[in-house]
Design a protein around this ligand. Structure first.
Ligand code: MGD
Ligand code: MGD
Ligand code: SF4
Ligand code: MO
Length: 691
């Protein structure tokens, strides 16, 4: 019988596929494991993930730069940590506590995200902490919270998808971003269900659809209001549900009245017939779901766009109805848990608000500090990065679990901000582009080398079990946080043992919206994960939320009236083409990890821009040509890939590369006023052939 290996989860996306890791003569091998979300399936990234553990590029010694222009040189841990602590003290003694900032990541375990948030508030006393989740699902989180009173990406488990009669998928390319997820869509379609995909590109996901609406980038809000207009006009609105379970429909009905189909066709490019067909599929379904991803959300009006889609779902009576609902497909491995336990500027563990006196008191008691010691809300991710080294802005930064030099919008500007810091420290597995510009680089253990919990896109808390010993010279993020807290004389307990940190997190989250109090490592292992909220050890967890009431004060979901507005930067004579950005199947995010895995690198070796044949002809571009994609922020030099899958007015670039081919040199940092999400998904560019 084969050895089953250690049961764990993939290091990458929010599907957090279950897998096993088995030692074969000193080398770890990925194997399948029957887990209820991926049912044995993995994508190519998951299959090749063990290569990360043995990568020759692994950092195994701290690196320190003696002064800004000096090269990074190996150093001892004592030396590196002492340097970080000394720089923090120096900065804070001259410029105050807020002069030191922390930037976290949605890939960190719950334990790390919790410890990092506590470290910022208690050890540093800074309000300046935020994380890359702000660039990810913050618009959906904000819209979900204002409609339902709480944000959990999917308020229902994945198997519910298989029995939905209709699924409306807006701005999501799951066939490439979560390949095993598409099995649920196959089941759904095999059961006779319909899939409607809204995407400006004819993606592999769109090609599976019953109906593909190839919208103009940045117009989903108008489309949603238009679909609602038709639903109202054709009498599909669920009046009893609206009366019993919601508030505020009157205002939304008035707004929708102005989105008649011909007007919506002009704004969105989706024909009147297609709009009617979509409404017919949604309204004719007994069970229907509206799901959004980054294509709908990463806009300067992302929050309002999601609100418009939630309004549509509410008018049809979907949320809080078994088998139906609205959900956001969270992206990063711990994108869900990472937004619950305190690395977000405005938040404390358990999805509590940092400006709520009762929340501060509860968390301060767990931390063993005076509530007055906890700072107030700080800057959001882009605002934080954009303030680095400026008058009144942070002068020292600790980054853990993000590669902002590549993934932040207008990355040329952010690179200059990083360069103007007095001090930058980065914890990473590899010398990412951000780490390469740091004064101190701390090499940390990864994924299979340490235990910890992750909360997947369904709100299911999972356990990643340690399956390997980290290389000598490497420490865990939790050890780094605890050691720095000690050097900074921070009050309270600073445990570096994951399960002990999780137990503290449970107490800190108890009574909050994301209540983990009843979840333990044993339960997770025994039950294939536990869904929050789970307030007590004998509570079964909550796979389906809102069945009886929403988490608002009166238990009703709130309609929020929202109007379409143009993209922050529209086309003109100088910049006549839309650029949208996103992902390729083989690479993950800034590419730090996947560019170091051979099979993935070979499959997608070089950054490209996808161009429609008509546009290519107009710009005299051929397949494989080198081209500069130029915007008002900067230019990226990449290869042309000609494809009919994009609209002729739009080009697409993945953002998985740094340097002069980085998509984010071009993108627009216009922020959503509510979520502070940058407009990654649309800006105006021109294409210039490179001789
Ligand atoms: N292979 C791979 N998988 C990943 C990741 C990765 O980097 N690589 N990252 C993970 C993370 S963190 C995330 S957040 C998810 C993201 O998962 P997705 O949201 O599925 O991925 P994206 O490619 O960012 O965007 C999805 C689609 O939005 C479309 N789009 C662009 N503009 C618009 C618009 O205005 N309206 C609409 N309706 N659609 C638009 C794009 O054409 C694209 O096909 O993926 C996760 N999984
Ligand atoms: N143009 C454009 N830009 C985008 C997007 C887009 O669609 N278009 N999408 C945005 C989205 S949705 C996201 S989520 C962000 C992601 O952007 P990033 O946060 O930059 O993404 P990653 O590449 O995942 O960065 C994680 C870094 O942490 C390291 N790391 C991994 N695990 C650990 C760990 O356990 N501990 C520590 N200390 N380090 C670790 C990795 O090696 C890597 O360097 O990008 C955003 N940027
Ligand atoms: S879909 Fe996501 S979690 Fe599953 S194997 Fe691929 S990257 Fe890993
Ligand atoms: Mo993301």
């Amino acid at each position: 019988m084969p050895v089953p290996g250690v049961f764990t989860h993939c290091p990458y996306c929010a599907l957090q596929c279950g897998m096993s890791l088995r030692d074969a003569e000193g080398q770890l091998l990925v194997g399948t494991r029957d887990f209820p979300t991926n049912r044995g399936g993995l994508c190519q990234k998951g299959w090749t993930s063990a290569e990360l553990l043995a990568s020759p590029d692994r950092l195994t010694m701290p690196l320190v730069r003696a002064y800004r222009a000096a090269p990074l040189k190996p150093a001892s841990w004592d030396e590196a940590l002492a340097r970080v602590a000394a720089e923090i003290r120096r900065s804070q003694s001259v410029y105050g506590p807020d002069s030191v900032a922390v930037f976290g990541g949605g890939g960190l375990t719950n334990e790390k995200a919790y410890a990092l948030g506590k470290f910022a508030r208690v050890a540093l006393g800074t309000s300046n902490i935020d994380y890359n989740g702000r660039f990810c699902m913050s618009s959906a989180a904000a819209a979900g919270a204002r409609a339902f009173g709480v944000d959990r990406g999917l308020p229902f488990p994945l198997p519910d998808l298989a029995v939905a009669d209709t699924i409306l998928l807006v701005g999501s390319n799951v066939a490439e971003t979560m390949p095993p997820f598409t099995r649920w869509l196959s089941d759904q379609q095999d059961n006779g269900g319909a899939l409607v995909v809204v995407d400006p590109r004819q993606t592999p996901t769109a090609r599976r659809a019953t109906l593909h609406l190839q919208v103009t980038p940045g117009t989903d809000l108008a489309l949603a209001n238009g679909l609602l207009h038709i639903a109202i006009a054709e009498g599909h609105v669920d009046e009893p549900y609206i009366a019993a379970r919601t508030s505020g429909f009157g205002d939304v009905r008035r707004v929708a009245a102005a989105y008649w189909p011909e007007r919506v066709e002009r704004i969105t490019g989706v024909t009147v017939a297609e709009q009617r067909a979509a409404v017919r599929l949604l309204a004719g379904a007994e069970r229907a779901m509206v799901l959004t991803s980054r294509g709908a959300e990463q806009h300067s009006k992302g929050t309002d766009t999601v609100s418009a889609l939630i309004n549509l779902a509410l008018a049809l009576g979907l949320p809080g109805t078994e088998g139906s609902g609205y959900g956001c497909l969270t992206g990063q491995g711990n994108g869900q848990g990472g937004r619950e336990h305190g690395q977000k500027a405005d938040q404390l563990p358990g999805y509590r608000r940092i400006d709520d006196p009762a929340a501060r008191e509860h968390v301060a008691a767990v931390w063993g500090v005076d509530p007055a010691r906890i700072p107030g809300p700080g800057r959001s991710a882009f605002e934080l990065l954009d303030a680095l080294g400026t008058a009144g802005g942070p002068r020292a930064l600790l980054v853990m679990g993000s590669n902002v030099a590549v993934s932040a919008p207008s990355s040329g500007r952010i690179g200059r901000r990083l360069g103007s810091l007095d001090f930058l420290a980065v914890c990473d597995l590899f010398l990412s582009e951000t780490a390469a510009s740091a004064d101190v680089v701390l090499p940390v253990a990864q994924w299979a080398e340490e235990s910890g919990t992750m909360t997947n896109l369904e709100g299911r808390v999972l356990l990643r079990q340690r399956a390997a010993v980290p290389p000598p010279g490497v420490r865990t993020d939790l050890e780094v946080i605890a050691a720095l807290a000690l050097l900074l004389d921070a009050p309270g307990q600073w445990n570096a043992e994951p399960e002990a940190v999780f137990d503290e997190l449970r107490r800190a989250s108890a009574g909050g919206p994301a209540d983990y109090a009843g979840i333990s490592y044993e339960r997770i292992a025994a039950e294939d994960g536990v869904f929050w909220p789970c307030p007590a050890a004998d509570h079964p967890g909550t796979p389906r939320m809102f069945l009886n009431a929403f988490a608002t004060p009166d238990g009703r979901a709130r309609f929020v009236p929202v109007e379409h507005r143009p993209v922050a930067e529209d086309l003109d004579a100088e910049y006549p083409v839309y650029l949208t950005t996103g992902r390729l199947m083989e690479h993950y995010q800034s590419g730090t990890q996947t560019r170091r895995v051979r099979a993935l690198r070979e499959a997608q070796p070089e950054p490209v821009v996808e161009v429609h044949p008509d546009l290519a002809e107009a710009c005299r571009l051929n397949e494989g040509d080198r081209v500069r994609v130029v915007s008002r922020r900067g230019a990226a030099e990449v290869l042309v890939r000609i494809t009919e899958t994009v609209r002729p007015d739009t080009v697409f670039m993945p953002f998985h590369w740094g340097g002069s081919s980085s998509a984010n040199l071009v993108t627009n940092p216009a922020l959503d006023p509510v979520s502070k999400m940058p407009e990654f998904k649309v800006c105006a560019v021109r294409l210039e052939a490179v001789a």
